[in-house]
Design a binder for this molecule. Structure first.
Ligand code: SF4
Length: 310
């Protein structure tokens, strides 16, 4: 099983994507109430080489050398990738040796005020920071940030990055009904986005169980009205991926792939089908085995039964 790579999975936003996870699980400058990976255990803004950079580079090289069917290499996972001081070196390596793949970074964006973080991402093709709140109350209630992180420096960091970055900047806004969907808060978010001028905004809402049980999903009508409110910005509501994954029928690889995916986020059988491309019969069999061995557990919620690593 790879240590730092997971997938390829069918990302609903990016297509067929190889995930790269470069910080220890739940190491993050935020402790978002909606985080599908659970509560942050190491709340920090400290940049560091959390895992050996050259080990990640070697694992990427080993994996990509064979030439695989892939759209994008995505830095994401169960923590904040821009905390890793070697991310710039990893991106440079990929750009030089595997220029055929796009590189995406999913980030909470809160460290972009640091010039060294902006520099480290300059060779990526797509950077997707979040901007869930701009008002102080909503910001603190949703993100529960590490000391020193304020809405002002986050907006300023993304704005600076936008000026310098040559690639595509896509902002994600996670809608939490009753917290950041008031006209006042949406007005602040819209104003900040108009100043930043991203290529696109993606609206998201709860899909899998969040860290706090009171977080609920915004209804479809509400999401559409928010999309209209944010006009003339280029906004889309994130939909489920429809593309099916391709796999080689290797049972060990299937189990490892499912474990690596569930390590990072809880999923329903339908989610796993979309992400892995396995049919539901195979998936049920694999999940039952993992459940019997107490490797995965099931969480029944009003939105479905979610599997996660036990
Ligand atoms: S959602 Fe992202 S930014 Fe928020 S706590 Fe989870 S990993 Fe950190």
């Amino acid at each position: 099983m790879n240590k730092y790579l997971f997938g390829p999975v069918n990302s609903r936003r990016l297509g067929r994507s190889l995930g790269v996870d470069i910080v220890p699980f739940k190491t993050c400058p935020l402790n978002c109430v909606y985080c599908e990976c659970g509560a942050t255990t190491r709340l920090t803004t400290e940049l560091s080489e959390y895992v050996p950079t050259e080990e990640v580079v070697a694992e990427l090289d080993d994996f990509l050398y064979a030439g695989i069917d892939l759209d994008v290499v995505t830095f994401s996972g169960g923590g904040e990738p821009t905390l890793h001081s070697g991310i710039g070196r990893m991106i440079s390596f990929l750009k030089e040796k595997y220029p055929e793949y796009r590189i995406a970074v999913l980030t909470n964006g809160v460290l972009l005020w640091k010039p060294e973080v902006r520099r480290s991402l300059e060779k990526a093709d797509i950077v997707m920071p979040s901007l869930d709140a701009v008002g102080e109350d909503a910001f603190r209630k949703i993100l529960r940030p590490a000391k020193g992180i304020t809405p002002g420096i986050v907006v300023e960091g993304i704005r600076e990055f936008r000026k310098e970055f040559k690639g595509s900047l896509v902002i994600e806004i996670f809608i939490l009904p009753g917290i950041n969907d008031s006209e006042e808060e949406l007005g602040r978010i819209k104003k900040a986005c108009l100043e930043i001028n991203p290529e696109k905004i993606q609206l998201n809402s709860l899909d899998r169980p969040g860290t706090e049980s009171w977080v609920v999903r915004a209804g479809e009508d509400r999401m559409i009205s928010i999309m209209e409110y944010l006009s003339p910005l280029n906004v889309e509501i994130i939909g489920k991926s429809v593309e099916k994954n391709r796999h080689d029928g290797n049972a060990v690889a299937a189990v490892d792939g499912i474990k690596a995916t569930l390590l990072r986020r809880p999923m329903t059988i339908e989610d796993l089908q979309e992400y892995t491309g396995y049919n539901s019969k195979d998936l049920v069999r694999i999940l039952e085995e993992l459940h019997d061995k107490k490797i995965v557990k099931v969480e029944n919620t009003p939105t479905g039964s979610f599997y996660r690593l036990a």
